[in-house]
Write a protein that binds this ligand. Sequence first.
Ligand code: ADP
Ligand code: MG
Length: 393
Amino acid sequence: MKKTIRDVDPAGKRVLVRVDFNVPVDKAGAITDDSRIRGALPTIRYLLDKGATVILASHFGRPKGGPEEKYRLTEVGRRLQELLGLPVRKLADCVGPAVKEAVDRAGQGEVILLENVRFHPEEEKNDPGFARQLAELADLYVNDAFGAAHRAHASTTGVAQYLPAVAGLLMEREIRALGEILEDPRRPFLAIIGGAKVSDKIGVLESLVEKVDTLVIGGGMANTFFLARGWSVGKSLSEADEVPVAQRIMERARSKGVEALLPVDVVVASSFSAEAERRVVAPDQIPGDWTALDIGPTSAERFGQAISQAATVFWNGPMGVFELEPFAAGTLAIARAVAAANARTVIGGGDSVAAVEKAGVADQITHISTGGGASLEFIEGKALPGVAALQEK
Ligand code: ADP
Ligand code: MG
């Protein structure tokens, strides 16, 4: 168990909090989804209540090794100030004499937002000198950026060499919810894995087939499983190279007595387009120049049945190209089934979370992970460097 902010006394301390404020923005730079900022509020409020000075650090976008106007955290600071209902002082950099001075002058209950840590290439290199400069701003380090915990960067791991390091409340919630899935799932445990490609999810499939009672496979990756059965999939997205992986997963499921469910029907289209002609066919009947873009209604029904029997459900990866309305039905049906299940339900993966929100059922899910890549690496059973760097209880 990792120490959290509840295990330390932050009163009168300067606390450096690594948050994940890497929010999506539109072309004009307006924030289109502020859930990552909202996600950090409980930790910030807790620390302020206890009498700390809060210094926030985050990355934002992919600047190319120096300051870029569009990757400044100015807009994020404004939104945070609104949500928090307290002044937030946004600085022009994250290290250096001016930053040090501003931080030293700040009193209890103040909130400072450092500029994008990725304006310094040392951040992603996990440079010890840069990590030390960040550490010198504070007396205590809190990591609440679960979404960045799979990266060993200066602000996610390096700084923990120089300061006592504990988890924030969001980090704690993520570790607990995902940890339960791996270590102590209520059974029956069902996982739904979809998305574009088998090659993106090999580790996830291999980890889950060892743990679940039922494995449901949909989305583009199901096509590779169809290939493994010797069927042709026309122009559908598929990976011939990954057929051995698909075979291995199915073989492992058989030998472990895991029920593996593949689609029994698919929605095929004459081209990859919302305007294309569509049909529902059996997966061994995909016409040569058509492409499978969603699971069919019978599959959605069967998957939904299985989900309704489960006590734990983990879902990653949409069932089809849900971004295009004519191919969203399968994914939305699964989202509704997961939401309606009388089970602990956990969802990870950026597109899967978007799908659940699109279905309007996000509030009926037990835990929606804020970490796309990080949640998948966690489920694969990999140690996340940002978690490993925190102190044990
Ligand atoms: P997540 O972000 O939740 O981990 P992925 O990134 O693995 O999910 O997969 C999401 C993508 O998979 C979506 O962009 C979706 O359009 C695509 N996808 C799903 N099914 C298909 C399909 N049959 N053919 C092509 N792409 C698909
Ligand atoms: Mg994705």
